[in-house]
Design a binder for this molecule. Structure first.
Ligand SMILES: NC(=O)c1ccc[n+]([C@@H]2O[C@H](COP(=O)([O-])OP(=O)(O)OC[C@H]3O[C@@H](n4cnc5c(N)ncnc54)[C@H](O)[C@@H]3O)[C@@H](O)[C@H]2O)c1
Length: 333
């Protein structure tokens, strides 16, 4: 199969591309705008593969999309603005990419009768104190990030019902692992702990997340692409849930630091308390998570420790300004 992977230069997309090139005969075209979160470094090890091609362009640009689509069978859409904090301070790009971008891709998929898989998030369901969301739970997003992702999911579903497009939706829980941009909780804490910087923890740190190793999510998306039923949505939850504060403390331990580096900061507005997904439907297709959180976290810390070439340019660049605006203090002990 020839697949266009939009947003394939980001965290999950690049892990998906790597896994798919290694584990299938697919040819892959990555279409990516290369925002601050999209980096060719993420695809460095696959760039020379003859089954791989990279096209720089935005999903909301119909010409760029048409240029990438030649001879393809499917679109897997990872392209997104993904940081909830940025959706609160600058929501514009979230609306443009999630609403307009998804629309442009759906129109292209319709014109060429392509299979279309939308990568989505547990955040579209909102927060849940107890129990887990199923695929038919109502969508009650809290942030401009999750609201625009929910809107995109609904648009995808409408193209299946109205036009009979072969659509699939995968809603993943919180991912972690190699190549994740350090604005997200786990790499932020790992890099700060390695450097001996303070670790900013929102509110009381008691928010609960359901952690999914990125290679497991990438594999689930592949499973759904190959075996999912057209028109269906599949939740993909991780095997373990954990409070943010416990995650941070474990990272400090793994990095040989103590709790004195923790700095409590003002909570994010609308911060969801807990996410949880019921994933029976994707398990029935034959997928299951292979990485428990404890082992995955150790592997992730080791990866960041050993790949300074990847993160050093980020931590010494514009990220520092973002960081100061967000947390009110600079990187540095
Ligand atoms: N990270 C998570 O924990 C998580 C969990 C569940 C679902 N998701 C979803 O998975 C997808 C990928 O997330 P991620 O964490 O890899 O994100 P990321 O921020 O690391 O990467 C996003 C990629 O999309 C590209 N992009 C952004 N806007 C674009 C546009 N308009 N046109 C083309 N490319 C564009 C960026 O350059 C980047 O390469 C997103 O749709 C996200 O909502 C993420």
């Amino acid at each position: 199969m020839r697949v266009v992977v939009t947003g394939g230069a980001g965290f999950i997309g690049s892990n998906f591309v790597r896994g798919r090139l290694a584990g299938s005969a697919d040819e892959i075209v990555v279409l990516d705008k290369l925002t601050y979160a999209g980096r060719l470094e993420n695809l460095r090890d696959v760039a020379a593969d003859p089954r791989f091609r990279f096209v720089q362009g935005a999903i909301e640009d119909p010409d760029a999309v048409a240029g990438a689509l030649e001879g393809v069978d499917a679109i897997v859409n990872f392209a997104a603005e993904t940081h909830v904090d940025r959706s609160i301070s600058e929501p514009d790009a979230f609306v443009r990419t999630h609403a307009l971008g998804t629309f442009v891709l759906l129109e292209a998929a319709r014109a060429h009768a392509l299979r279309y898989l939308q990568v989505s998030t547990d955040e579209v369901y909102g927060s849940i104190e107890e129990g887990s969301f199923t695929e038919s739970s109502p969508l009650e997003p809290s942030s401009p990030y999750s609201a625009t992702k929910a809107g995109a999911d609904l648009l995808v579903a409408s193209y299946q019902r109205t036009f009979g497009l072969h659509t699939l939706i995968c809603r993943g829980s919180n991912n972690y692992g190699p190549y994740q941009y350090p604005e997200k909780l786990i790499p932020l804490m790992v890099l700060n702990a390695l450097a001996g910087d303070r670790l900013p923890v929102y509110g009381d740190g008691r928010n609960v997340r359901n952690w999914l190793f990125v290679e497991d999510f990438a594999a689930a998306i592949g499973f759904v692409l190959d075996h999912g039923r057209p028109g269906e949505t599949y939740n993909v939850g991780g095997p373990d849930e954990c409070e943010n504060l416990a995650v941070v403390r474990r990272i400090l331990e793994l990095c040989g630091r103590d709790d004195s580096l923790i700095e409590y900061v003002t909570d994010r507005p609308g911060h969801d308390r807990r996410y949880s997904l019921a994933s029976e439907k994707v398990r029935a297709l034959g997928w299951s998570a292979s990485m428990r959180f404890e082992a995955g976290l150790e592997r992730t810390v080791t990866w960041y420790r050993e790949n300074e070439w990847w993160w050093q340019p980020i931590r010494s660049g514009a990220y520092r300004d973002y960081y100061l605006r967000q947390y009110g203090f600079t990187l540095g002990p």
